[in-house]
Design a protein around this ligand. Structure first.
Ligand SMILES: Cc1cc2nc3c(=O)[nH]c(=O)nc-3n(C[C@H](O)[C@H](O)[C@H](O)COP(=O)(O)OP(=O)(O)OC[C@H]3O[C@@H](n4cnc5c(N)ncnc54)[C@H](O)[C@@H]3O)c2cc1C
Length: 512
């Protein structure tokens, strides 16, 4: 955008928010342009509105001066772009000051939050009230946003872990500054605004998830009751047996004995990276590391929980799971929670955001892992790719094999995890982890990401979530979907001021 319009917009934003809430200094704007992989976008300013009215005013000013904005809630979208907009020249609209928990209902198990409410904050809020409820938390930063993670259709652990499926009543500021509410929340005083997912008539919530059609300033998030008895189990799955294991697992999840997002499966490299570091001395500094060459096998690991209403229900579930998943190729262990120390028991407590998975991002770094891991600050290279698969052992085996081959070719280790979101669907996450301080690694890892995306796309496998590295990389279609999306964008945001390039597939060829 031209300098004159930007100067005028900055003046208007300062008048609306106060000088202290508009940052334009070089250090701050440069920092906002850094992700966990190479980026080139420049960011002219960061705006910190403190209320919904200020968000509305920011958008009105953006329209007046055609100055684009990119909303973030807490900006911890590590591996997918952090705070960096997909397009150059957008001011970041940082919503972290909107951090109130607006409403809480212990009986109906729901909480209404603003964008800046973090997983850590929500956990403390529930703990302080000695609540019998918990929120599905992610393996990412505890200081990530509960609301933004759901908007991105992220995954948490626990029965409400398919996060976007367990929210209601979004408050959305449209690009022109108007406010709407989804579901029953649009009717004043409606009793079901927080507890009913769809409302009546076309459900608009989906338009504001993974999109650039509005800024979400409020959301009701559903919580789960802490189980009366939690049956926890782990499993080591022999090399080559993961496909059979997945097929044995599917009926248990289809029957909802094990619920969606209540079991996670990791390959050896992801498992190793959480526990330790790259074996630099064993490999004499060479990359990539092959566990199969050293140990002769690359097993997978599963960890799951059944959230039971009673111990008796847990005992019955244990019998069924043992019959289905125990066997020659899997070492299944049920954890006897009664015999655990309070410290170990605390580690299994659901809904507690923890930083231990962030350790996996330091795998290739030669520095110590700090007590407060922050891969972006410490220049850990992290690129995520999130393919979605049918819940089928053969598909999983095929995709994992393709991924392993391509990742190795680029001299990286394949860190792969996946979890069933239901008895039909597996969400996979491939993490490319490297050291940004090693020359050439940024480019090599991104080339690997792009090749993976292409290779999987040609086999009918696409991501369920995109980062700024992949927004423009989906294959073209001959369906009218993209054209309809363009009409919606043009109608709601004719000046294209909200997050241009974010999930709008504007680089896709016009086919209809
Ligand atoms: C080791 C590791 C483990 C991870 N584990 C998980 C996991 O288990 N599950 C998971 O889902 N993710 C995981 N992640 C990915 C990521 O870190 C999280 O999803 C994180 O919650 C996203 O950051 P955030 O909550 O700060 O969202 P933000 O960065 O604030 O937002 C994400 C995007 O959503 C849009 N957005 C944000 N707020 C709004 C708004 N109010 N209105 C409109 N648009 C908005 C923006 O475009 C923004 O870029 C992991 C990452 C790493 C590195």
């Amino acid at each position: 955008m031209d300098a004159e319009r930007l100067t005028a917009a900055l003046g208007a934003w300062r008048a609306a928010l106060g000088d202290e809430a508009v940052h334009t200094d070089a250090a701050a704007t440069a920092a906002a342009g850094i992700a966990t992989f190479d980026t080139t976008q420049t960011i002219p300013a960061i705006l910190y509105p403190a209320s919904v009215d200020q968000v509305r005013e920011c958008l009105r000013i953006a329209n007046r001066y055609r100055a684009p904005l990119y909303p973030i809630s807490t900006g911890k979208n590590w591996g997918l772009g952090s705070r960096v907009p997909p397009r150059d020249g957008c001011a970041v609209l940082d919503l972290s000051r909107l951090n109130r928990i607006l409403d809480f209902d212990e009986k109906l198990a729901c909480v209404t939050v603003e964008p800046g409410v973090t997983f850590h904050q929500l956990h403390r809020f529930l703990a302080d009230r000695k609540s019998a409820l918990f929120a599905a938390v992610t393996g990412g930063s505890p200081y990530g946003s509960v609301l933004a993670n759901a908007l991105e259709r992220g995954d948490g652990e626990g029965p409400c872990g398919d996060r976007a499926a367990h929210v209601a009543g979004l408050e959305v500021v449209l690009p022109n500054g108007e406010v709407i509410h989804t579901g029953f929340a649009r009717f004043d005083g409606n009793r079901s605004a927080k507890t009913n997912r769809w409302g009546v008539g076309p459900a608009l919530d989906g338009l504001f998830m993974q999109s650039n059609l509005g800024v979400v300033t409020r959301m009701t998030v559903w919580l789960s009751p802490k189980p009366a008895y939690q049956l926890c189990f782990t499993c080591k799955i022999a090399d080559g047996a993961i496909g059979t294991f997945v097929d044995a697992l599917r009926p248990l999840v289809l029957h909802e004995l094990i619920r969606g997002n209540c079991i996670t499966l990791w390959n050896s490299y992801k498992f190793l990276a959480r526990a330790g570091r790259y074996p630099w001395s064993l490999t004499q500094g060479k990359t990539p590391f092959s566990l199969r060459e050293v140990k002769g096998a690359e097993p997978w690991f599963a960890a799951g929980s059944v959230y039971c209403a009673s111990r008796e229900a847990g005992t019955a579930a244990q019998t069924v799971i043992a019959q289905a998943l125990g066997g020659r190729t899997s070492e299944l262990n049920f954890i006897d929670t009664a015999s655990l120390t309070p410290e170990l028991l605390a580690m299994l407590e659901p809904g507690v955001p923890r930083e231990q998975n962030l350790r996996t991002t330091y795998w290739r770094k030669r520095c110590e892992i700090p007590d407060d891991p922050d891969p972006q600050r410490d220049r850990c290279g992290v690129i995520w790719l999130c393919p979605v698969l049918p819940f089928d052992g053969a598909s999983l085996l095929e995709v994992a094999g393709i991924v392993e081959g391509i990742v190795r070719k680029h001299a990286l280790e394949p860190q792969i995890g996946f979890n069933p979101t239901s008895g039909r669907n597996l969400n996979m996450y491939i993490t490319l982890v490297y050291d940004r301080d090693v020359a050439g690694e940024d480019a090599r890892a991104m080339a690997c990401h792009d090749e993976l995306l292409q290779a999987l796309a040609t086999r009918g496998v696409l991501p369920y979530r995109l980062g700024i590295q992949s927004m423009d990389k989906l294959p073209p279609t001959d369906d009218g979907y993209t054209a309809l999306l363009r009409i919606l964008k043009q109608t709601l945001d004719p000046n294209d001021i909200l997050a241009p390039g974010r999930y709008d597939f504007r680089e896709s060829p016009e086919t209809k």
